[in-house]
Ligand binder design. Structure first.
Ligand code: AQP
Length: 338
């Protein structure tokens, strides 16, 4: 197996405002991996992914800038990490086409995100939504990324990325693309909706009460947590007691992730508490952790030119890494002029 530079790639779609799920499941780890200094870190606003479902153009522009502000406010430092939006680095789409020709229809049809998002009306879904995982594989492999921090929901797409890398290497008899490792760690790798403990918290859920947005103010956060669906029982003292209590488990996991501790430790402190006592403590913790991020996001959003400059510089840095890898891919495939 070839030796690859330890390099992290991950992305978030500008398909709405950032949620607590995106923050705890992905962004918090982006910052840790950047600060550990063991990896080169490349982070992307995946706008090409966002348009696989309809996006109003003005809303997409705003959401991309707001997402960039969110990255920076959460601690991603453009002088340490490469930060850019996907559409500005054409190599992503170019490699995705090659991968469209490597991946098999059956692989794509098995993807649960495709089944969930296309639903019963799959004939009317965009071709881009179906091909989404091949573009995601290209996002990762165009940097030869070795590690990808993501939430639990992206595990299947990461497995497909490895399948594409392995098939490409086998088909062409090379050892060119790495078998990228997912990094899915922490107490909140799958933050659930505040209204339904069986559904993940999502930017595009029609109910705003189902999620905490990073730009929510303190009163809104407290109100959403107060109204979060729960059961009538007190919190258990052991995690086993959360079995079959998805809403209770979700709030305990959120508390643990925000407090940077474990669900076991949260229950050691709060076991026996009623939700009427636990929810205000969770709300205070959430406000304390999220208010500085939301304040900084608002400040950065007052200077959209500054955000655009950061994205422009990041795209240049990203292109410098991606272009030679794409060129070599074209050579391997046999394209004249590569
Ligand atoms: N609820 C979640 N819990 C933990 N991690 C989550 N992530 C998303 N939701 C949760 C992680 O955030 C990263 C970026 O996700 P994305 O924006 O690319 O797409 P998504 O997973 O489809 O997120 P959303 O919020 O549900 O977006 P929409 O509604 O547009 O589809 C990923 O690492 C993801 O795992």
């Amino acid at each position: 197996m070839a030796a690859f530079t330890p390099r992290v790639f991950s992305g978030i779609q500008p398909s709405g405002g950032l949620t607590l799920g995106n923050y705890l499941g992905a962004m918090k780890r982006f910052v840790t991996m950047q600060d550990e200094g063991k990896f080169e870190t490349v982070y992307c606003m995946v706008d090409l992914h966002a348009i696989t479902v309809w996006q109003d153009p003005a809303a997409l522009t705003r959401a991309t800038r707001e997402l960039c502000a969110g990255f920076i406010a959460a601690g991603v430092d453009p002088s340490k990490s490469i930060l850019f939006n996907q559409s500005q680095v054409a190599e992503h789409a170019q490699l995705a086409w090659i991968f469209n020709c490597v991946a098999r229809m059956g692989w794509m049809q098995r993807m649960t995100q495709w089944k969930d998002k296309a639903g019963k009306n799959s004939q009317n879904a965009s071709l881009g939504l179906f091909a989404y995982p091949a573009l995601m594989a290209a996002d990762i492999l165009v940097y030869h990324a070795t590690h990808v921090p993501v939430g639990e929901d992206q595990k299947q797409h990461l497995e497909l990325t490895r399948d594409i890398a392995i098939k490409f290497n086998n088909d062409f008899g090379v050892d060119f693309f790495p078998e990228t490792e997912p990094v899915i760690e922490g107490a909140a790798t799958r933050v659930m909706s505040l209204r339904d403990g069986s559904k993940k918290m999502s930017k595009s859920d029609p109910s705003d009460m189902s999620r905490i947005n990073l730009i929510d103010d303190a009163d809104t956060i407290a109100q959403k947590i107060r109204k979060a669906r729960t059961d009538p029982d007190a919190l258990p003292s052991e995690v086993d007691g959360l079995d079959d209590r998805p809403e209770a488990r979700n709030l305990v996991n959120i508390y643990a992730a925000l407090a940077e501790t474990t669900p076991e430790a949260v229950l050691a402190d709060h076991g026996g508490s009623q939700f009427s006592a636990f929810k205000p403590e969770l709300a205070d913790l959430a406000v304390n952790k999220l208010a500085p991020i939301s304040t900084e996001m608002s400040r950065l959003m007052e200077q959209p030119d500054g955000i655009d400059r950061i994205l422009g510089h990041g795209a240049e840095q990203a292109r410098a890494l991606a272009a030679p890898i794409l060129k070599k891919t074209y050579e391997i495939v046999g394209m004249v002029g590569a």
